[in-house]
Write a protein that binds this ligand. Structure first.
Ligand code: PGA
Length: 240
């Protein structure tokens, strides 16, 4: 685990505080950092702490990139990942939403929307930081297995595993069948990755991802080749 620094925490507050601290450390002194941020349940406590503890406006200059979005869902739909990114990170940290690079799952030409996203990443010189969760199937963003490390920003059909896990976010509404995701290529090129993993539901995937064979079947396993990854994992995930 050469480029990986691993911290195992207690569940809950310890996990959230450690996650917030590693994100805060990564953006400290880099007020204009380009940062892609995951939604999902895992990072919510860390984001709330960041918003509470960071000095006012110290994050407002961040250049935020959306990680993924369902196809065909409007930003005000309760399932929208843009809406979730905004409520959980962009607004609480005082980032101007007009400066965020969104993934447009409503675009008529989805491939062009993905190219525009990649162009925005390239224009800023690549991402400084990727804050990611780990899918139960080893996905990063919606880079579903199999995804090789050169996979670009694109539309992907969602796997049954992702549909099942994401159904829990909004049980009253169906999970869309496809999504746009930031490519594994731009995520792996981020200068630093913070990977947050919590809960017994991740126990079966976290060891293969961090210590198993590096394979497109477990997209997160490519992090093992990244030079600067900070992993925060709680005991429920690590020791179950
Ligand atoms: P979760 O989602 O944080 O809700 O577990 C992570 C993911 O599926 O990438």
């Amino acid at each position: 685990m050469s480029g990986l620094r691993l911290t195992v925490t207690d569940r809950g507050e310890d996990f959230d505080a450690t996650g917030a601290a590693v994100i805060a450390e990564a953006i400290a002194g880099a007020p204009g950092a380009a940062i892609v941020v995951a939604t999902g349940r895992t990072p919510m406590g860390a984001y709330a702490r960041l918003a509470r503890d960071l000095p006012a406006r110290s994050a407002s200059g961040l250049r935020v990139f959306q990680l993924d979005e369902y196809v065909g869902v409007t930003p005000d739909d309760p399932r929208s990942l843009a809406g979730w990114t905004r409520r959980s990170f962009v607004d609480p940290l005082g980032v101007d939403p007009d400066t965020v690079v969104w993934l447009d799952g409503l675009a008529e030409d989805l491939a062009a929307a993905c190219r525009a996203y990649d162009d925005a990443v390239a224009a800023i010189g690549g991402l400084d930081l990727a804050v990611l969760g780990l899918g139960p199937n080893g996905h990063l963003g919606f880079n579903e297995p199999p995804s090789d490390p050169s996979s670009g920003t694109r539309e992907v059909p969602l796997s049954d595993a992702s549909i099942a896990s994401n159904a829990a976010y909004r049980p009253e509404l169906p999970v869309p069948r496809s999504a746009l995701t930031a490519g594994l290529d731009v995520l792996l090129a981020a200068r630093r990755v913070v990977l947050l993993v919590s809960g017994a539901g991740k126990a079966a995937i976290v060891h293969p991802a961090l210590e198993g064979p590096v394979t497109p079947e477990v997209p997160a396993s490519f992090l093992q080749r990244h030079p600067d990854v900070v992993v925060v994992v709680d005991r429920d995930a690590w020791e179950s």
